[in-house]
Design a protein around this ligand. Structure first.
Ligand SMILES: [Fe+2]
Ligand SMILES: [Fe+2]
Length: 280
């Protein structure tokens, strides 16, 4: 058995983490159109401390501030149903999934920034009949395979991260060489085990090669990842900004000349990302 085969076997036998109950419920809600404030309220009832943190965030300057809101219904009015849903999702994931061999803060900061940026790119994309509800989650979870590799391989994965950083090479490439797999494939496998929607699995599994997938959500996550890395908002371990396939811009109907405006948006998204992280 080669070293790479051993890694793959190790990954199959590892106890994959289970998603927080609140996240499972939210993913189910996400696959529906028009989630209501009441449904969000029911989801919040799963976790009282979560409700308190969402209220705190809804009152923060980063999310609008102003007069004090005191109930989830008011919070929904302030940041919108989608906003509350996204905050709950992010808080639950950041709280539940912490890496052991690298710093969680830049990792989740990058993941949150990619989630917000993917949504902003979706708003700019031409020819979409309606927005995909998976876009935010795809951005938030795109690098989650790094957490699986960290948990399964321990210090061995730290060596991979060090090798990528030292050589200034794309992480997925170095992972393939040293492990025979990469965090995108591993993350896709995790979401498959979690029975997450097909579009989400695809976005995570193919976020470094969207041309093999052809799905819009996957392209949006790829482009958002590129934009954030390009701005130095990386996951803190392998910050070499990978090249960007020009056809992804044209497939989405976004003019690369819009990049400065997109980048300006990323900076304000970062303030939201920091606010969410500070409450996690
Ligand atoms: Fe990645
Ligand atoms: Fe990334």
């Amino acid at each position: 058995m080669t070293a790479n085969e051993q890694v793959l076997q190790q990954l199959e036998s590892v106890n994959f983490p289970t998603p927080p109950a609140i996240v499972v419920r939210l993913v189910q809600l996400l696959s529906k159109d028009n989630v209501t404030a009441e449904e969000i309220g029911e989801t919040m009832a799963l976790d009282a401390s979560m409700a308190a943190r969402v209220l705190h965030l809804a009152n923060s300057v980063a999310l609008g501030g102003g007069t004090q809101v005191e109930s989830i219904t008011e919070a929904v009015l302030r940041v919108g149903v989608d906003g509350v849903r996204d905050i709950v999702f992010a808080l639950a994931m950041v709280g539940a999934m912490r890496p052991a061999h690298f710093d969680y803060r830049p990792f989740w900061r990058h993941s949150l920034a990619v989630a917000f940026t993917a949504q902003a790119l979706q708003n700019r994309a031409q020819g979409l009949t309606e927005p995909f509800p998976e876009t935010y989650s795809g951005g938030l979870l795109h690098d989650i395979g790094m957490l699986v590799l960290d948990r399964a391989l321990g210090t061995r994965y730290r060596d991979v991260l060090d090798a990528a950083r030292t050589a200034s090479r794309p992480l997925a490439e170095v992972e393939h060489e040293m492990l025979g797999t990469d965090h995108a494939q591993t993350g896709g496998r995790l979401l498959e085990i979690w029975r997450f929607p097909r579009l989400l699995v695809d976005a995570v599994a193919n976020h470094h090669r969207p041309w093999v997938s052809g799905q819009t959500v996957t392209r949006l996550v790829y482009l958002a990842d590129f934009v954030c890395n390009h701005q130095g908002i990386h996951h803190g371990t392998g910050f070499f900004p990978e090249g960007c396939e020009s056809r992804v811009w044209s497939d989405l109907g976004i003019d690369p000349a819009e990049l400065p405006q997109i980048v300006a948006g990323v900076q304000s998204d970062l303030i939201r990302a920091e606010a969410v992280l500070a409450s996690a």
